[in-house]
Design a protein around this ligand. Structure first.
Ligand code: GDP
Length: 138
């Protein structure tokens, strides 16, 4: 277990001014920030990041949404980070997300759902490597 996960605060949440509140909730849950950047994906970069979903009917919508505005990308560390962070963010569709989760608190819809969280240690590593060099992790 790596005890690290990768997250993005998505364009819906950054544009609504939720960045600070979401980071506050994450840090209060005991995660420490190992890398962080404010950036914006091109459609090509968003397509590469979500390559696993390329055949899904919502792929075009997802890529357009994820490249529509700035995001915050971050590597977070805590014991059992991947699994606990998935619990903290809640279900993909905020309508099904538990009370108090980040998606329940801040997400609008299944597509525009405020945050990303890696679903395995392996993907946390791959996704962190997508955004950060060794020099950008502390
Ligand atoms: P996650 O692991 O909870 O983020 O969910 P998935 O890996 O299943 O999907 C990745 C992302 O694709 C989600 O977080 C949503 O932003 C988006 N997504 C998933 N399902 C749908 C859908 O039915 N419609 C749209 N527009 N986007 C979706």
């Amino acid at each position: 277990m790596s005890n690290r996960t990768f997250t993005m605060i998505k364009p819906d949440a950054t544009s609504k001014g939720y960045t600070g509140a979401i980071l506050d909730q994450i840090i209060k849950e005991g995660y420490s920030v190992k890398a962080m950047k404010w950036t914006k994906l091109t459609t090509e970069q968003a397509g590469l990041f979500y390559d696993i979903h390329r055949e899904r009917p919502f792929f075009g919508e997802l890529v357009n949404f994820m490249s529509s505005g700035p995001i915050v990308a971050a590597i977070l560390e805590k014991e059992n980070a991947v699994e606990d962070f998935r619990t903290l963010i809640g279900a993909t569709n905020p309508a099904n997300a538990a009370e108090g989760t980040i998606r329940k608190n801040f997400a609008a819809s299944i597509g525009e759902n405020a945050v990303h969280g890696s679903d395995s240690d392996e993907n946390a590593q791959i996704e962190g490597d997508f955004f950060f060099s060794k020099l950008e992790r502390f």
